[in-house]
Design a protein around this ligand. Structure first.
Ligand SMILES: O=C(O)CC1=CCC(=O)O1
Length: 279
């Protein structure tokens, strides 16, 4: 198991693929961990260095007392990448992970050559909505939130699948402090202005059945970024990497093979992806 000690916090991370390849970094969503990417990473092309980590308060990473600021979540990603000597990565973030992507690109464009922002926005919900979520979680635990969250995460079709139980367990076993800490970070985030200043290759992905970040909201954020393209995955909810991994991986592969050839600022890799080669 890989743990990166950043001094004030230890983050759990994992690496797949080619350690010498161009880096692709994945950030998870609220109430999930790095297993969010289990189905997608094996479908992506060889020749890349795939790094994923558990956001603070989630998975096997430390869970410091909350509330967390978005700046702390962005700084965690920044310090992890610096510690792993990652430069000019493609940063893939889902939901709050996609907010981290935007914040990191604004702060350290040298670290982010391109981004995939999935089921996310510059601003998600309202502060009042997140305060209500925090109060409900504190009153009844994550179990009390599980049914409405499953309805936002997954399409009606997927909610019949046996594996729903595993994702539900992943949510309800998230540390309460970690969950509400990250809710507070989302409540305090409005990246509309900073994200509007971004110019970098960006793929925005949405799900037609997403009850948390509806497709129109994702498209609105994509429209803020010069160089962004938008892709809708039909039939998928908030976690298309879980519900529609083939469609998700196909689109990300296309994007990687395009931006993988581009000169990234300060990236020392002379990288040639293996076209059409899946493992
Ligand atoms: O729990 C939800 O509603 C989905 C979600 C919002 C932000 C995030 O990361 O997940």
């Amino acid at each position: 198991m890989d743990i990166c000690d950043l001094g004030d916090i230890r983050l759990h991370w994992r690496q797949d693929g080619d350690p010498a390849g161009a880096p692709v970094v994945f950030a998870n969503s609220l109430g999930t961990d790095l297993r969010l990417w289990d189905k997608v990473i094996p479908l992506l092309p060889q020749g890349y260095r795939y790094i994923r980590y558990d956001m603070r308060g989630h998975g096997l990473s430390d869970c410091p007392p909350g509330p967390y600021a978005m700046g702390a979540l962005v700084r965690d990603a920044e310090r992890l990448l610096d510690a792993l000597s990652v430069k000019a990565c493609v940063f893939v973030g889902l939901s709050i992970g996609g907010m981290i992507a935007q914040g990191l690109a604004v702060k350290r464009l040298d670290l982010v050559r391109a981004m995939v922002i999935s089921n996310t926005a510059a601003k998600i919900g309202t502060a009042e909505m997140w305060q209500a979520r925090i109060s409900a979680a504190r009153a009844g635990g994550l179990e009390a939130l599980a049914e409405p969250v499953m309805e936002r995460w997954f399409s009606r079709r997927f909610r019949q699948e046996a594996e729903l139980a595993g994702w539900r367990n992943m949510l309800t076993r998230t540390p309460l402090e970690g969950y509400v800490g990250c809710c507070a970070a989302i409540a305090g985030t409005d990246f509309y202005t900073p994200t509007s200043g971004l110019t970098l290759p960006t793929l925005a992905i949405a799900g037609s059945e997403d009850g948390s970040t509806p497709a129109d909201l994702v498209r609105e954020t994509a429209d803020l970024i010069r160089g962004a393209e938008f892709h809708l995955i039909r039939g998928a909810g908030h976690l298309p990497c879980v519900e529609a991994p083939d469609a998700f991986a196909a689109r990300v592969t296309q994007f990687l093979e395009r931006v993988g050839h581009m000169q990234g600022g300060g990236c020392g890799h002379d990288h040639h992806p293996h076209h059409g080669h899946h493992h």
